[in-house]
Ligand binder design. Structure first.
Ligand code: 3PG
Ligand code: MG
Length: 404
């Protein structure tokens, strides 16, 4: 991929750095329930502090309807962010542009940090407005983008702003891009893609792109049912997309043409309904009872995917393999996650995973820390797996190219 600047390439000493972060973290009753994005951002803030910059953190949060919404304020993020950077004080500006923002930023000394209020309180953010980007640019000297997980949004603080100031990628952005390019752009082969989730229809572009990139494609989750159905198998009352059968067949043909081996479930765990503690049993994939639902991959499929993983050097994983939120249908996903963790620990596999549900499933399996890289991104990770250009990455590349 084309190059972009990093923190090593820019001079920030004594300068005001506008740091685009993704603080769009899950919050319940004013408490952050998953601090991963905050913790992964901290090293960038600390590096900027160490270089003597004044650091102005900005982010969106939730999806306000283009105006201020007190329930979506970033103010509750101040304390967790302070904690993540060793208890240093962070000033808060109750607006991200204008007088209030200017006042807070002007009071910063080198090595100090401020957080601006939610960018999406101005509808101009999502409209990628040049005037809004200029109002942000006015606050600082240098732009650093560390929001890989928002890089699929062509918004003012991500796209336009990167074109108004000297721009560089932060450490998290850099780590995400390094991991993702190592997994798909120049990977050690064979590469295995493990794709799960509910629907083929929402991952069509992803499947088409990935089939051209990887050597083995293993499919689980309800989307496997649609492919099994396309092969003439009976899937009972399982979740599946009957109207996608023809598309599913085309995908299988494409895989054959591209010499991508497709691994589909050989057996399944079925039950009469999706409910905790329901009576579940294992059946061969050609013996799914008419009144049953497939809710997880079975033990033979776990073995089959594990064997494929043993032969692989690189793994890209998106999507749970069963209804993992409802035990016992988490077993297949957990068994595979543990096997991936073992191979990664042994240095036999480079493993990269991403997507909201995937990260939740890995966390539930207790293996989230044991993969080579787990992305903080949901939508951006998926768009990257579709081979799409991410506006946030493109803006950084353009900024580097244009100035050299
Ligand atoms: C995310 O959480 O996936 C990113 O922050 C993007 O948020 P959005 O989907 O509301 O644009
Ligand atoms: Mg999202």
């Amino acid at each position: 991929m084309a190059q972009f600047r990093t923190l090593d390439d820019i001079d920030v000493s004594g300068k005001t750095v506008l740091l685009r972060a993704d603080l769009n973290v899950p919050v319940k009753d004013d408490k952050v329930t998953d601090t991963t994005r905050i913790e992964r951002l901290a090293p960038t803030i600390e590096a900027l502090i160490a270089k003597g910059a004044k650091v102005v953190v900005m982010s969106h949060f939730g999806r306000p309807k283009g105006g201020p919404d007190p329930s979506l304020s970033l103010r509750p993020l101040v304390a967790p962010l302070e904690k993540a950077i060793g208890g240093r004080h962070i000033a808060f500006a109750p607006d991200c542009i204008g007088e209030e923002a200017r006042r807070v930023v002007a009071a910063l000394r080198p090595g100090e940090v401020a957080l601006l209020e939610n960018l999406r309180f101005h509808k101009e953010e999502e409209a990628n407005s040049p005037d809004f980007a200029a109002a942000l640019a006015e606050l600082g000297d240098v732009y650093v983008d560390d929001a890989f997980s928002a890089a699929h949004r062509a918004h003012a603080s991500i796209d336009r702003l990167a074109r108004l100031l000297p721009a560089a990628a932060g450490k998290l952005m850099q780590a995400e891009l390094d991991a993702l390019t190592a997994a798909l752009d120049h990977p050690s082969r064979p590469v295995l893609a493990l794709i799960g989730g509910a629907k083929v229809s929402t991952k069509l572009d992803l499947l088409r792109f990935i089939i051209g990139k990887v050597d083995i494609l293993a499919i689980g989750g309800a989307m496997a049912n649609t492919l099994l159905l396309a092969q003439g198998k009976q899937v009972g009352r399982s979740l599946c997309e009957r109207d996608m059968a023809e598309t599913a067949r085309q995908l299988l043909t494409l895989a054959e043409e591209r010499k991508c081996r497709v691994v589909l479930p050989e057996d399944a765990v079925v039950a009469s309904e999706l409910a905790a503690g329901v009576a579940a049993r294992e059946v061969a994939i050609d013996a799914v009872p008419q009144d049953a639902m497939i809710l997880d991959i079975g033990p033979r499929t776990v073995a089959q995917i594990s064997t494929a993983l043993d032969a692989a050097r690189t793994l890209v994983w998106n999507g749970p393999l069963g209804a993992f939120e409802t035990p016992p249908f988490d077993r297949g996903t957990t068994a595979i996650a543990e096997h991936v963790a073992r191979l990664t620990r042994a240095g036999k596999l480079l493993s990269v995973a991403g997507g909201g549900d995937t990260v939740a499933a890995l966390a539930a399996a207790g293996t989230a820390d044991e993969l080579s890289y787990v992305s903080t991104a949901g939508g951006a990770f998926l768009e990257w797996l579709e081979g799409r250009e991410l506006p946030g990455v493109a803006a950084l590349q353009d900024a580097a190219g244009g100035a050299e």
